[in-house]
Ligand binder design. Structure first.
Ligand code: 1GP
Length: 254
């Protein structure tokens, strides 16, 4: 089964999915494999691999291979640019940062990466990437014209544009390690206005924050920083996954 289809099935069965983000720059491939194994045991639905810096080449390949050796979960590339592609992954979020000021992050890296994705036979999952304040490293690197936290109309306008372009996923990103995740009202507004699969990530650290965002309409919650912690990693991910799946019945579909 294709990765996107698998995610859609999980969302329709459980109301929402959880993805674990692993940045290949932040630990050895062996450690990344261990992290993926623990996230799998904690109930995550897939592993995203990427970061906001140029983390490609052998380090990326070795990280993906190690993750694949440790889990049967789908591995989805989450590339910063055209260097973030590995033949060993199952799929790639083929993404465009629609609110970047630099065309490189909207269509430039994509133009360079698309032939490689085709050649390798990776499953491309089309996604709009929208960076919301505070935005963190990805906002700076991607030269994002950050969506203000109180401007849900702007987020809706971008998300609708993405849907009209035919993009099937929209990722609302507050930035890795953000002190405040994407506001619940913004998620609710985007959910109401669009039919896309809505991904939310950046600064989600507690089961409450995750569940609140699923109830507002998020289909997929991403956590990264959490899996980098060595203490209580399994327990922390497990309580977030449990909260996401339990939020199902209260989820507000638009
Ligand atoms: C970053 O949204 C992801 O791209 C995850 O963010 O590291 O804050 O969980 P955290």
């Amino acid at each position: 089964m294709k990765v996107e289809e698998r995610l859609r099935r999980i969302i329709s069965l459980h109301g929402a999915a959880h993805l674990t983000l692993i940045d290949p720059e932040k630990q050895s491939p062996e450690e990344a494999g261990k992290m993926a194994w623990e996230a799998d045991a904690a109930g995550t639905d897939g592993i995203m691999v990427g970061g906001s810096t140029r983390a490609g080449g052998k380090r990326l390949d070795d990280t993906v291979i190690s993750i694949k050796e440790n889990t049967d979960l789908p591995v989805i590339l989450f590339p910063a640019n055209e260097t973030g592609i590995s033949a060993h992954a199952d799929a790639i979020f083929f993404m465009s940062m629609l609110n970047s000021r630099d065309t490189y992050y909207i269509t430039g890296a994509q133009r360079l990466g698309a032939p490689v994705v085709k050649k390798l036979g990776l499953e491309p999952i089309s996604m709009a990437y929208l960076v919301v304040e505070p935005g963190g490293a990805v906002g700076r690197v991607g030269k994002a014209e950050l969506i203000p936290r109180d401007d849900k109309e702007l987020a809706v306008a971008y998300a609708l544009a993405a849907q009209f372009f035919g993009m099937r996923l929209v990722y609302l990103e507050a930035g890795s390690g953000a002190d405040r995740p994407v506001p619940v009202e913004m998620i609710r507004a985007v959910r109401k206005a669009t039919d896309v699969i809505l991904i939310v990530g950046g600064g989600i650290k507690t089961p409450e924050a995750a569940a609140e965002r699923v109830r507002a309409g998020a289909d997929i919650i991403v956590t990264g920083t959490l899996v980098e912690q060595s203490v209580d990693r399994h327990a922390r991910i497990k309580e977030i996954v449990t909260a996401i799946k339990a939020a199902r019945t209260k989820k507000a579909k638009g």
